[in-house]
Design a binder for this molecule. Structure first.
Ligand code: GLU
Length: 500
């Protein structure tokens, strides 16, 4: 390719950025970065009833979070500003006047009732519901006169009488018979230009070389091709990305769980995990089974030719696998900062922002122990809940726990363990814990599960969990570590859960 590519991501601020849109943005971004081209962000807000400033803000926040910064667009500006369609209405108007002048478009005075009747008749006769072309033949002078007299009109494009063809980098040559398109409306009688029209004018004026977007737009493309032709503009390359499906192979939707980028962020999925995952949703690197890629590596490897035309299936397991990988890699201080709001949200660690460094050191230890056990950060409060205390009655009632505690040996173990703990003020270290357990073992003859399970239930509320060696330091003040006020120590746990 001799010219540097220019691509765009053109979201409509009518809702949140979802998986499909984020993947479109990512592929555009990677394509531009790989070839040293430009990535443009254009806000398509001509649907005034549905567009909202808060959605635009959220979209921008999500793109920034994913690391997909733009070269031209809101906040950056550039040679083709403005980049918000609602600020470009004058440009569209000029172009409409040009098409009318050149006879490529015409005024359509059909009323809503007339069009409805046409559609009804077509449906009754099982014909395609295309516009009849009633206003196509109105002469220029009569058309201008009626417009001036105040008659309402839409502007329609005169579709050429040849098939509409374009090249798609994912699907190859695509052709639509012109009869299926009919003369599309470019500007409604309200004066508002329609999506197919403004997207084409903007793509052409912004010198977009490759239109990379979801395949839900493929049926719009012949209309856009006809608009390029009407202006005598060169067609860009197109690349329509396959639909993303849920595990039941239905189009991915809210039914399948979170799909908005903001929801993934709130769950504690790292942006690098989501980016890596989205890259794999329809693309794979040359000759390999490799699946872990940083944004830099993706930029190096990404080729549109390797984007598949078959639908991609959203796979939570793989996203979780990647997130666990990136959580392990991530800088500890960063993970701590991302993790604590989840605790705050669950009513744990209140006021932690202002905690002293000893309490923060304790939190770091807690995370180091539990992070490998979670796939997303919002699982942490539940996983670590027992550290902050647990419901004693519920722990006793739990069937598996009850089976353990019912035995005489368990009661003996608990009583002996409590006596050891009470007999000394020594700090409770993993080493001290081992000494006590050996003594309890000798005194009660309990071993293995019979020895450890009752103690584990007393300290944690459950008969399974992390090793005591790692757990004991979490329950104790230590060198440079302070427990948050409401985390009970081993001694407190023993007193709260006495033998019966
Ligand atoms: N505003 C359109 C959308 O959000 C963009 C379509 C396109 O990329 O051409 O679906």
């Amino acid at each position: 390719m001799s010219e540097k590519p220019r691509v765009r991501f053109a979201p409509s601020p009518t809702g949140y950025l979802h998986v499909g849109g984020a993947r479109t943005a990512l592929y555009n971004w990677l394509f531009a970065r790989h070839l040293g081209g430009k990535f443009v962000l254009r806000i398509e807000d001509t649907d005034v009833d549905r567009s909202e400033a808060r959605h635009e803000r959220a979209l921008i926040e999500d793109l920034v979070w994913l690391g997909l910064e733009w070269d031209e667009g809101p906040g950056v500006e550039g040679p083709h500003a403005p980049y918000r369609q609602s600020e470009r209405l004058g440009i569209y108007r000029e172009h409409t006047e040009r098409l009318l002048r050149e006879g490529q478009a015409y005024r359509c005075f059909c009323t809503a009732e007339q069009l409805e009747a046409e559609r009804g008749a077509a449906a009754a006769e099982h014909r395609a519901q295309v516009y009849s072309g009633r206003c196509r033949g109105i002469g220029a002078a009569e058309s201008a006169r009626r417009a001036e007299a105040g008659e309402a009109f839409a502007v329609r494009l005169r579709i050429p009488d040849h098939p509409l063809r374009f090249h798609d980098l994912v699907r190859g040559a695509v052709e639509f018979p012109n009869e299926t398109v009919s003369d599309p409306i470019l500007v409604r009688s309200s004066g508002m230009p329609v999506y197919n029209y403004v997207v084409t004018v903007d793509d052409a004026l912004m010198e977009i070389t490759h239109v990379i977007r979801g395949d839900d737009h493929i049926s719009n493309t012949p209309k856009q091709v006809a608009i390029y032709e009407a202006f005598g503009w060169k067609l860009p390359e197109f690349a329509h990305l396959s639909t993303i499906l849920g595990s039941d192979r239905e189009k991915l939707s809210k039914r399948h769980g979170a799909t908005a980028v903001g929801s993934f962020r709130e769950m504690g999925i790292l942006p690098e995990a989501l980016v890596n995952y989205l890259a794999l949703l329809g693309w794979g690197a040359e000759g390999g089974t490799r699946e872990i890629f940083s944004l830099e590596e993706l930029t190096r490897e990404f080729r549109l030719e390797r984007v598949t035309a078959s639908p991609a299936v959203f796979d939570w397991e793989k996203l979780h696998w990647l997130n666990r990988h990136y959580l392990k890699q991530a800088d500890a201080a960063r993970v701590e900062e991302l993790a604590w709001p989840h605790f705050a949200g669950a009513g744990l660690l209140p006021g932690f922002e202002a905690a002293n460094s000893e309490t923060k050191a304790w939190f770091a230890k807690l995370l180091a122990l539990f992070l490998p056990a979670v796939s997303q950060l919002d699982e942490l409060p539940k996983k670590t809940g027992f550290v902050f205390g647990f419901d004693l009655a519920a722990a006793r009632e739990n069937e598996e726990n009850a089976a353990v505690l019912r035995s005489e040996s368990a009661q003996k173990v608990l009583a002996a363990f409590a006596a050891k703990v009470r007999a000394t003020d020594a700090p409770v270290t993993p080493e001290q814990f081992k000494v006590w357990m050996n003594e309890v073992k000798a005194e009660t003859d309990a071993k293995g599960k019979d020895l450890f399970h009752p103690v584990r239930i007393a300290l944690t509320g459950s008969h399974s969990g992390p090793e005591f060696d790692k757990l004991i330091p979490i329950f104790e003040e230590g060198s440079g570590l302070a427990l948050p006020a409401h985390v009970p120590s081993v001694r407190e746990r023993v007193e709260r859960f006495p033998a019966e």
